[in-house]
Write a protein that binds this ligand. Structure first.
Ligand code: PEP
Ligand code: MG
Length: 321
């Protein structure tokens, strides 16, 4: 099987009937790039920049960040790199920057909520990203967006920094701007967001947790962490349908994107990009080649109309033999 996958390294990701998808990889630092390239990923669908902050003993300076982002886009040589602005908070802590203790950290002060509150830190990161954008194909997305107001505020700050750099004569690339869909509120309003951004990236790790109100790390409620629950699939479908109506692109960068049970359904729902841990890339490409999009559309429709997580698993097993 591994030998069969290796042959797919330099191939496109197409279904049996020739529909093309993008299969990308997730990274936490420039050190992860060899695995991305060795596995033939077509881009970086999620660069988790908080590791830059977590591995440092001080807030990374603009130049330190610039060097890291530039290294990544240069090594990817024109392939798209989607960089997520830092997602600190929740379970991610920094020794040098004390955030308030909270009773519910996962419902609290994290990610874009911090960035919009401590805007100097956010502006520094955006400047580093904009400068790096001159060296490759860089996209930027904001994590944990719940409301249109948050996205508009983040975009406004981004636009101000872009204009200041342009006035100073700094070279920059065309940057696509998007949000992560991790909060059900944003998934439900995807049609409104779609008019104002370039792309979505669905973060199913958090989206499932917030939709089912269940922490995967907690054994007592782990049974509620149900990726194929039709409620989750309907949220995903809502995002894809709304985005495509506006001609916008939809990626997924949560674990679900590389899950062989989910991939057939996601193909049927029309997801554009699947971004996963690098070792899953070739396996996913191989699976895609065996599946027909017309059949997967029928499967997806049945899955959306199903009642339970287990029913969807059975539908996938019957459709993919
Ligand atoms: C997600 O929530 O699915 C995601 C990709 O973000 P993270 O796993 O970093 O929270
Ligand atoms: Mg997340």
């Amino acid at each position: 099987q591994r030998a069969e996958w290796a042959l797919l390294k330099d191939q496109q990701s197409t279904s049996a009937d020739g529909k093309t998808f993008v299969v990308g990889a997730n990274i936490g630092s420039p050190k992860d790039l060899p695995a991305v390239l060795d596995n033939g990923a077509e881009g970086v669908g999620l660069y988790r920049t908080e590791f830059l902050y977590m591995e440092s003993d001080h807030l990374p300076t603009e130049d330190e960040q610039f060097e890291a982002y530039k290294a990544v886009v240069e090594k990817m040589a024109g392939k798209p790199v989607t960089v997520r602005t830092m997602d600190i908070g929740g379970d991610k802590h920094l020794s040098y920057w004390k955030l308030p203790e909270e009773e519910n950290p996962f419902l609290g002060y994290r990610a874009i909520r911090i960035s919009l509150d401590q805007t100097e830190i956010f502006r520094t990161q955006l400047r580093a990203l904009l400068r790096a954008s001159a060296f490759g194909n860089l996209w930027i997305m904001f994590p944990m967006i719940a409301t249109l107001a948050e996205f508009r505020a983040a975009k406004q700050i981004y636009t101000e920094e872009r204009e200041k750099l342009a006035a100073a004569g700094v070279a920059m690339g065309d940057v696509k701007l998007g949000i992560m869909i991790e909060i059900p509120a944003a998934a439900m309003l995807a049609d409104k967001f779609a008019k104002e951004l370039d792309f979505f990236s669905i973060g199913t790790n958090d989206l499932i947790g917030y939709t089912m109100a269940a922490d995967r790390g907690n054994d007592k409620v782990a049974y509620l962490y149900q990726p194929y629950n039709p409620s989750i699939l309907r949220l995903i479908n809502n995002v894809i349908t709304a985005a495509h109506k506006e001609g916008k692109f939809v990626a997924m960068c949560g674990e679900m994107a590389g899950d062989p049970v989910a991939v057939p359904v996601l193909m049927g729902l029309g997801l554009d990009e699947f971004s996963m841990s690098a070792p899953s890339v070739l396996q996913t490409r191989s699976l895609m080649k065996k599946l027909n999009t017309a059949d997967m559309k029928v499967l997806a429709e049945k899955a959306l109309d199903a009642e339970t997580n287990d029913e969807v698993i059975a539908l996938v097993e019957a459709a993919v033999k």
